[in-house]
Design a binder for this molecule. Structure first.
Ligand SMILES: [Zn+2]
Length: 682
């Protein structure tokens, strides 16, 4: 018996889940409750005691065993879950495989090296060489010696080989010292210290282990005020939050995390007694960083960035990231209240915490809702007599971000507010936003090439469900709205509805679509595993369609019953309406259903996509072509995202050539796939 089986045999999944979901009640052979991972009113979370498995038949559409539940619930990775559950079950973990052992020993060795380095720097801060650094820290910045101790602050002396000699004396190799970024190897082969004459901040992971360093220049002539460890097997700045090891408990207790820019802000806050403060370390907030705290610990994230333009644009960029995360988070798992803290008088969080820490809690409480922040920021620069173009541009910048809010009513208020501020009618404003949507492929012809010209990546525009309240789109059917693009979003929806409806009615046709994709990939494994993989939820942009597609795939993967019967059993609640609408053959009826959501005339679209009277019409071919067009749309969408990422990586301060190459390769692969699909649908 494997270790995981041994653990599963000792911990009953029903008991384990009941500890986290007390409402789990027996229902027939199973246990049922409202899903702990998404918001719902009717229970669709089912635990099967015989199979020792769980499944959410609702928005999550996923399930698994004890391990996957524990991982999801606790935010653990598999290793953590294994460690924790083994302990709970009293199971001795078996030795790792030789490869795992080698790797984990290697990482342990590098961590030990970094811990040694932190100790050396720390010691140096209290010596004569570090006197000016120490006085800067304590006298100028008011950091108490105890606080410096807690954060293990240190000093890198003005030397080319201080750290090298120190670490070599403990038996560490130059290769290791270079690998963790404490030293740099010159082309000539010479090795020298990376950090010189700097105040050193050890960066620790959430478990408190040093994984890298940040160094602040003390020599005013030094060009770079801050430098960080480069990316290493242990250090990935985008996946770390400085201070999280110290702040995790406070974040859990208060349910809020305050994101600041730098090390010093965290340290000042901690010293003032505010422990729920972490730093995103000079980058825009990343999804990985958000996931470190939300939704596990924090329900609210407050962005408290510097008052200067760089800080404010970082705040803006962070909101865009948040918007991306939330728009993809269709199960609502990350429903996090995001706020922005603005400090009057151009002060940074660090200044406030230093000069008047007692003001901090009130400031955090008064943090602005995202929408207000965005509207203020984008409209503040507009002159009183701003031209129509200028006001249009402002509307286009603000609208996508307004939809960060999940609450429809709230969103609508914001849209009204923006319209008032810009002296524009609501309908016109929404029409402009719509006009700027990059063209998405229409069901009647292949995707337009290089279509995305919008200032923002297209994900802001693509997902109707996450954007404007349905009533607002009603305005777009109005004749005053710009004609060329106004039906694109509904067309996309209609194309998806067509494919999904066809597949739900004829589940076996899914195999035909997948066979075509395999055929197009040929023996190119990269295509087969990548852009030409089987049709799946990601090919649909509508939330409900994604879920239905997952159910459809599951229905084909099981053999207890007919796929259609399976679908009728698992689909319930809100989804049922969508499901039934898709099963209806009558265009008029579908049109009625859709009109309820989007007041656009769908009859034309349906007439356009129904060619049954056409001689030689084949349902199978028609479906395969339409499904390929969906894939094209998705690839185009992904390519724009990749290019956006690539640009960002190239312009980033620490661009990583490996990452750039990888992105480039992905873009090429995606283009190869598109070329093959285009040939096939033409
Ligand atoms: Zn769920």
């Amino acid at each position: 018996m494997s270790v995981t089986d041994e653990i599963k045999s000792r911990i009953d999944i029903v008991h384990y889940i009941q500890r986290h979901v007390p409402a789990l009640k027996k229902a027939g052979r199973n246990y049922k409750a409202c899903c702990p991972f998404h918001n719902e009113k009717t229970p669709s979370f089912v635990v099967n005691p015989e199979r020792q498995s769980w499944h959410c038949f609702g928005a999550c559409a996923e399930g698994g065993d004890l391990f996957t539940f524990a991982q999801k619930m606790q935010g653990w990775d598999f290793k953590e879950a294994l460690r924790e559950l083994a302990q709970e079950a009293g199971v001795q973990l078996e030795a790792q495989t030789p490869e795992q052992k080698t790797r984990s020993d290697r990482l342990d060795g590098l961590r030990a090296l970094l811990a040694d380095a932190a100790a050396f720097y720390q010691r140096e801060l209290r010596r004569d060489a570090g006197a000016s650094a120490y006085s800067y820290l304590t006298a100028d910045r008011g950091v108490h010696p105890d606080t410096a101790e807690l954060f293990q602050l240190g000093y890198a002396p003005d030397s080319w080989d201080f750290m090298l000699r120190a670490l070599r004396s403990l038996g560490h190799s130059d290769d290791d010292i270079v690998e963790v970024g404490l030293a740099v190897r010159h082309e000539s082969g010479r090795v020298y210290d990376r950090f010189r004459q700097r105040l050193m901040f050890p960066i620790r992971d959430e478990r408190g282990r040093t994984v890298g360093f940040g160094g602040r220049a003390l020599n005013p002539d030094d060009q770079a005020k801050y430098i960080n460890s480069p990316q290493s097997p242990l250090f990935d700045k985008s996946r770390l939050l400085y201070g999280l090891d110290m702040g995790r408990r406070a974040i859990r207790e208060t349910g809020a995390a305050v994101f600041v820019e730098g090390y010093m802000d965290v340290i000042q806050a901690y010293q003032a007694g505010y422990h729920n403060v972490v730093a995103q370390m000079g980058t825009a907030m990343t999804e990985a960083q958000v996931r470190l705290v939300a939704p596990r610990y924090a329900k609210r994230i407050v962005l408290a960035l510097d008052a200067d333009e760089a800080g404010q644009s970082a705040a803006h960029r962070s909101l865009e990231v948040a918007r991306e995360i939330l728009s993809r988070d269709y199960a609502g798992r990350l429903s996090t209240d995001l706020r922005v803290l603005k400090i009057a008088g151009g002060k940074d969080p660090d200044d406030v915490l230093h000069e008047g820490p007692e003001r901090w809690p009130a400031l955090v409480d008064a943090a602005q809702a995202v929408a207000d922040f965005v509207i203020d920021r984008e409209t503040a620069a507009l002159p009183a007599n701003a031209s129509l173009q200028e006001r249009q541009a402002a509307a286009q910048a603000v609208l996508p971000l307004l939809h960060v809010s999940e609450n429809n009513l709230y969103r609508q208020e914001n849209i009204q507010k923006l319209a008032r501020r810009l002296r524009i009618g609501e309908r016109d404003m929404l029409a402009w936003a719509q006009a700027r949507r990059p063209s998405t492929p229409q069901p009647t012809r292949p995707a337009a090439q290089g279509a995305a010209t919008a200032d923002l990546p297209p994900e802001y525009w693509d997902n109707e469900d996450a954007s404007v309240p349905p009533d607002e789109w009603g305005g777009l059917a109005d004749d005053s709205a710009p004609t060329p693009s106004r039906t694109q979003a509904p067309l996309k929806r209609a194309a998806e509805a067509y494919c999904l409806g066809m597949l739900l009615k004829n589940p076996h046709l899914l195999a035909q679509v997948n066979r075509k994709l395999r055929e197009l990939a040929g023996d190119d494994d990269d295509l087969l595993r990548g852009p030409l993989r089987e049709l799946c939820a990601e090919d649909f942009s509508q939330i409900h369609y994604r879920t239905l597609m997952t159910h459809l795939q599951n229905s084909m993967a099981q053999d207890d019953m007919e796929p259609v019967e399976y679908l009728y059993r698992v689909i319930e609640g809100e989804l049922e309406t969508e499901f039934e609408a898709l099963l209806i053959d009558e265009p008029a009826a579908v049109s009625q259903t859709m009109k309820r959501n989007f007041q656009v005339d769908f009859d034309d679209i349906w007439r356009g996509s129904h060619h049954r009277s056409r001689p030689g019409f084949s349902l199978r071919e028609e479906l395969v072509t339409r499904a390929l067009q969906l894939r094209l749309a998705r690839l185009e969408h992904e390519r724009v995202e990749l290019q956006y990422l690539q640009e960002e990586t190239q312009t980033g301060s620490e661009s990583d050539p490996g990452q750039i190459d990888q992105l480039r390769a992905s873009i090429m692969l995606s283009m190869r796939a598109k070329a093959r699909i285009n040939l096939a649908v033409d």
